[in-house]
Design a binder for this molecule. Sequence first.
Ligand code: NAD
Length: 287
Amino acid sequence: IYNIYAYKLENTTSPMDKKAECTSYKRVDGKVAVITGAARGIGAATAKLLAEHGAHVVIADILDELGSSLADSIGGRYIHCDVSKESDVEAAVQLALDWKGKVDIMFNNAGIPGFGGSITKLKMDEMAALLSINLNGVVHGIKHAGRAMVAAGKGGSIICTSSSAAFLGGLGSHPYTLSKEAIIGVVRSSACELGVHGIRVNCVVPHGVPSEMLVNAYRLALNRNDIDAEDVTKIVGERASLLRGRGGKLEDAAYAVLFLASDEAGFITGHNLIIDGGYTAANNLMA
Ligand code: NAD
């Protein structure tokens, strides 16, 4: 994944430590990207990385202050976009078209967790509300970016954020798990349809990446309000990674998205790229 620059990375545990060298080669130079849920967390890290690699980025989120200031700092554009509303997602794609005349990369990343609760007490309206963001939001993005990409006739890369919860029952709430597994299905079916137009559709499947969402999840699970992102990275390194203490970083997910967005991933579509330090593969050994 980390291409030819990897050979320079002697004695380091992470290519991100050598970011300056990696970014001397711009892997999405001149491409236009729309990223939902980009005001913070994985989306923000990806927006910064894509911009460093030459992309023009539209940040679409509901956190207006954070989103606008990030857009300013990377020379991008911000739009208020609640992904559960189809017209908002359509407007985010349209902003890219109005701004730069095209959309090459769509990262459907916005999501919410939805904690706990027995399926025997599941409130269907709460489930519908979660699905309207986590699943409908992704479908809106595939639909409208796909439409623009098909019309332009130059291909494109659509990437959606699933979760290890899609593979491991019990990690998330029932609606969350359902939404994240459904994303994998719609990614596959869209990849089948859109491949003929040169449009690739893939998933990233993170686990243990210390965003605000994950820190909150650990605070709830451990009943400890004092823990922060650094603590979460440490805990993940100890409990949910095969990589000897190496916990996840936001950039781990961002680099995976950068790869799938780049032309170097030109023969990869309908794929789920798991970013979890081996946790999903080895889960039966790590309980
Ligand atoms: P995060 O909470 O830091 O970021 C989520 C972003 O989505 C925020 O900027 C939030 O404002 C935005 N958002 C929420 N609802 C929205 C809506 N209706 N419309 C537009 N934007 C909205 O958490 P994160 O971990 O960076 O989450 C990003 C994605 O990664 C989510 O889909 C999440 O389910 C997924 N994920 C994360 C992990 C992890 O380890 N962090 C693991 C598995 C999956």
